[in-house]
Ligand binder design. Structure first.
Ligand SMILES: Cc1cc2nc3c(=O)[nH]c(=O)nc-3n(C[C@H](O)[C@H](O)[C@H](O)COP(=O)(O)OP(=O)(O)OC[C@H]3O[C@@H](n4cnc5c(N)ncnc54)[C@H](O)[C@@H]3O)c2cc1C
Length: 335
């Protein structure tokens, strides 16, 4: 009976969604999996992927979906997400096509949310603008970086963000960067807010010096982190009160190279979980991550917090799965 209700609800949603996408001229696709859309290369089927190409189109789209009660989540490059293996019965709004062009105005650069962060770092450096060269090796889109205040090697995107363009009531609205709380890998933006782009204010400097600093950050990254592997970067945050970083803590527990099925703790950096092989499973990565959390809790009394976001399939088909998913997400969903 419940399944029939679901089927009817999904049919109505699909009809409404097709109408909205056609009217706004947004590409709507079915049959995609998170395994194709995230850097960990795991995760199950997605009902719909919608790809707006302009900020106005994206703002109108989320307004209409909200009005129609259609659940959605924003996705950049999927480089900070562990999506579980179940069927995800919501709309994924892919921002990767919202990439437009950079607009320079003196020390300022305006950038759309779907623009690649590494490419932005190169382009502003060429223009002699400094302030984000430490971020050059962080994969992903500018929208994803703004959402979680991405940072590395002494630079964080929030520090240089003058305004963020946000979708509100179907319109593009400028929110001053000073009104946003930029915390460690976390901001005050809320679930249901779509970031469309931003304007950064940078500092003029010699392009050669900027390039040298970017190269330095790149070499440090290459020397300490796995490259060419399938990861989501650091899996856990560094606990504020701990004397050592999370990677070192896990390393000292002798866990480098530990494996659960298709998931392995990187032998290069112990705070990276990497996946291997065709058909790798999110449940392996999660089981390994939980093992790490238990060991760290037992040995150090520290509750590690996830830096990657765990995206649960929101309608598990079985009751036990539903209970389990609720308990897990209560415990682990990043703030
Ligand atoms: C090898 C590797 C190294 C990494 N190193 C670092 C590092 O040094 N520092 C660091 O901070 N991170 C690092 N990361 C993590 C990741 O690259 C960053 O978090 C990045 O900013 C995520 O961008 P994304 O486009 O992939 O976002 P996604 O992973 O697609 O999304 C992340 C979150 O942002 C939200 N989001 C994305 N776009 C929007 C939007 N337009 N509007 C609203 N919400 C949005 C999503 O809903 C989700 O909640 C690393 C990852 C990898 C794979």
């Amino acid at each position: 009976m419940a399944e029939m209700d679901d089927e009817k609800e999904f049919k109505e949603r699909d009809t409404a969604l097709e109408e909205i996408a056609t009217r706004l001229g947004v590409r709507a696709e079915r049959g995609k999996r998170f395994a194709e859309l995230t850097s960990l290369r795991v995760g199950g089927a997605i009902d719909w992927v919608l790809s707006p190409q302009t900020e106005e189109q994206a703002a109108a789209l989320v307004y209409e979906m909200d009005q129609a009660g259609i659940a959605w989540r924003a996705l950049g490059s999927g480089s900070n997400i562990l999506a579980d293996d179940g069927d995800h019965h919501y709309v994924v709004l892919s921002l990767k096509e919202l990439k437009g062009e950079l607009e320079f105005d003196g020390e300022r650069v305006s950038v759309p949310a779907g623009y690649s962060l590494p490419r932005l770092c190169i382009e502003v450096g060429r223009q002699g603008l400094s302030g984000i060269e430490g971020l050059g090796g962080i994969p992903g889109t500018v929208g994803g970086a703004l959402w979680m205040n991405a940072g590395a090697y002494g630079h964080e995107i929030g520090t240089v963000t003058e305004t963020v363009r946000v979708a509100r009531d179907g319109k593009v609205v400028n929110v001053p960067g000073a009104d946003v709380q930029w915390n460690y890998r976390h901001t005050s933006f809320r679930e249901g807010e779509l970031l469309l782009g931003g304007t950064l204010r940078l500092t003029p400097d010699d392009p050669e010096k900027i390039r040298a600093r970017m190269e330095d950050a790149k070499s440090r990254r290459l020397a300490t982190q796995p490259h060419g592997s399938r990861s989501a970067g650091c899996f856990f945050k560094n606990p504020p009160a701990a004397a050592i970083g999370t990677g070192k803590m896990i390393d000292e527990l002798g866990m480098k190279g530990s494996r659960r099925g298709s998931a392995v703790i990187s032998p290069v950096h112990a705070n990276f979980i990497v996946t291997e092989g065709e058909g790798a499973r999110a449940e392996d990565a999660l089981a390994l991550a939980e093992e790490v959390r238990e060991r760290v809790k037992r040995e150090h009394g520290i509750e590690l917090e996830y830096e990657v976001e765990l995206w649960r399939a929101n309608r598990p088909s079985k009751k036990e799965e539903s209970d389990e998913a609720t308990a897990e997400s209560d415990r682990k969903e990043p703030t």
